[in-house]
Design a protein around this ligand. Structure first.
Ligand SMILES: *Cc1c(COP(=O)(O)O)cnc(C)c1O
Length: 357
C-alpha cells in the first residue's frame, strides 16, 4: 500500500490477469481493457476509499444523477513504452489541469493532484505489461468522473466517483478520414460547455454525425453556432490546414473549442520546425477557396486518440473536394514523426512533456 500526502491508495491486484487472452499487436480501439482500475469516491467534501483494484463492473443506484442529468466529464491520454521498457506518459499534467477545468464548469468536485497523478502513475505501473509496442499503438488512459447523488431533481451533486481505467489500443482511424463542413447543427456555442470534456457534448454530436455518415463522410467539421461562418474543430480533434505551405488553425480564445494538448504540441513543434502557424478565426469561405484553387495541400485533425489524422476529403454543400495523396503530406507526416519520436523517448524532450515511470 503506497502512501500519498493526505490520501492513501489501497492496491488490490487481480489474481487472474487477462493479458494472455489478448493479442496486444492487434487490438481494436477501446474494446479491450487492462487488468486494473483506480476508483475513488467524493463524500461529505472529501475524497475517500481510493483503490486500485481488478477491472470490473460498477453497481449504481437507478437514480444516480449523472445518468439523468449528465454531470459527467472525462479525459484521454496515452502511455508508451520507452527503450528500456519503462512507461512514458505524454503531458499528463495538462490533462489533469483540463480535467479540473471541466469539473469546475460542470459544477463538480475537483480532483486533488496527488489522487489524479499518483493514482495514474501507480495504475500505469501496475499494468505496464499492457502497453503495446507495435507501431502506432499505445495504452489509452481514460480518467472520468460522474455525479453519484441518488436523487431525482436538478442540482449540483454532492457525491462523485472518479475512475481511471486503461485500454491497449491501435490506430483510432486506421484510414484517412473524410469530413463534411456542417452549417446547420452546432457542437458548441459561446457561453456553453464546448471547452469542457463533458459527456453530453459527444451525445449531442451523434445525430448530426450520423447524417454526415449517410452522405459518405466520416466526421464533421463544426462551424460556429452563431453564423456557421467559421471553422471550429472536428469530432474529438482540433483541425489544421496547410495553405500555401503555412499552417492555419482556429484560435481557441472563445469557449467553443476544446483546448487540445495535441493541438498545442503540434503548434509548438511546427514552429520549431520552421513552419509559420496562424492561429486565428478561420473562415469557411477561405478554406473552400483554397480547396478550389489548389493552395490547400493538407488538412488533418489533431487529438490524443487519433494523434494526427489525415483528412482525405472535405465536403462543402454539394461539393466534395479530394485532397492530395497522404504520401505527399510533407508537413503532417513530418509533425507526426517528430511527435512520435518525443512520445517514445527517442529524442531529447526539450519541453518537459514526457513523464517517465
Ligand atoms: C479531446 C478533444 C480534442 C483533442 O484534445 P487532446 O488534448 O489533443 O486529446 C479536441 N476536440 C474535442 C472536442 C475533444 O473532446
Amino acid at each position: 500500500m503506497a502512501e500519498i500526502n493526505t490520501l492513501s491508495i489501497k492496491v488490490t491486484k487481480t489474481e487472474s490477469s487477462k493479458i494472455h487472452q489478448v493479442d496486444l499487436g492487434n487490438v481494436p480501439f477501446g474494446r479491450v481493457f487492462a487488468d486494473h482500475m483506480l476508483v475513488a469516491h467524493y463524500r461529505n467534501g472529501e475524497w475517500i476509499d481510493a483503490e486500485i483494484k481488478p477491472f470490473g463492473n460498477l453497481s449504481l443506484h437507478p437514480a444516480t444523477s449523472a445518468l439523468h442529468y449528465g454531470q459527467s466529464i472525462f479525459e484521454g491520454m496515452k502511455a508508451y513504452k520507452g527503450a528500456n521498457g519503462e512507461p512514458l506518459l505524454f503531458r499528463p499534467y495538462d490533462n489533469f489541469a483540463r480535467f479540473n477545468k471541466s469539473a469546475e464548469r460542470m459544477c463538480m468536485a475537483t480532483v486533488p493532484e496527488e489522487l489524479f497523478m499518483d493514482g495514474l502513475k501507480q495504475l500505469v505501473s501496475i499494468d505496464r505489461d499492457w502497453i503495446p509496442t507495435s507501431q502506432g499503438s499505445s495504452l489509452y488512459i481514460r480518467p472520468f468522473m460522474f455525479a453519484t447523488d441518488e436523487y431525482v431533481g436538478i442540482k449540483p451533486s454532492d457525491n462523485f466517483t472518479f475512475i481511471i481505467f486503461t485500454c491497449p489500443v491501435g490506430a483510432y482511424y486506421p484510414e484517412p478520414i473524410s469530413v463534411k463542413i456542417e452549417e446547420y447543427y452546432t457542437r458548441a456555442a459561446e457561453g456553453g460547455v464546448g471547452a469542457a470534456k463533458a459527456a453530453g457534448n459527444y451525445a449531442a454530436s451523434l445525430y448530426p454525425n450520423k447524417l454526415a455518415v449517410e452522405q459518405g463522410y466520416r466526421q464533421l467539421l463544426w462551424t460556429d453556432a452563431k453564423e456557421h461562418k467559421y471553422i471550429e474543430e472536428s469530432g474529438t480533434m482540433n483541425v489544421f490546414f496547410v495553405i500555401n505551405g503555412k499552417l492555419l488553425t482556429p484560435d481557441i480564445g472563445r469557449d467553443t473549442i476544446l483546448k487540445g494538448v495535441t493541438r498545442n504540441s503540434v503548434i509548438t513543434l511546427a514552429r520549431e520546425m520552421g513552419y509559420e502557424v496562424d492561429e486565428r478565426k478561420v473562415e469557411v469561405a477561405e478554406v473552400v477557396q483554397a480547396l478550389e484553387n489548389g493552395s490547400l495541400t493538407e488538412a488533418f485533425g489533431a487529438g490524443t486518440a487519433a494523434t494526427i489524422a489525415h483528412i482525405s476529403a472535405i465536403g462543402y454543400r454539394d461539393n466534395r473536394f479530394e485532397l492530395p495523396p497522404i504520401a505527399e503530406r510533407k508537413v503532417a507526416n513530418g509533425l507526426l514523426d517528430r511527435l512520435n519520436e518525443i512520445r517514445l523517448g527517442m529524442v531529447e524532450d526539450t519541453h518537459g512533456w514526457v513523464v517517465r515511470l
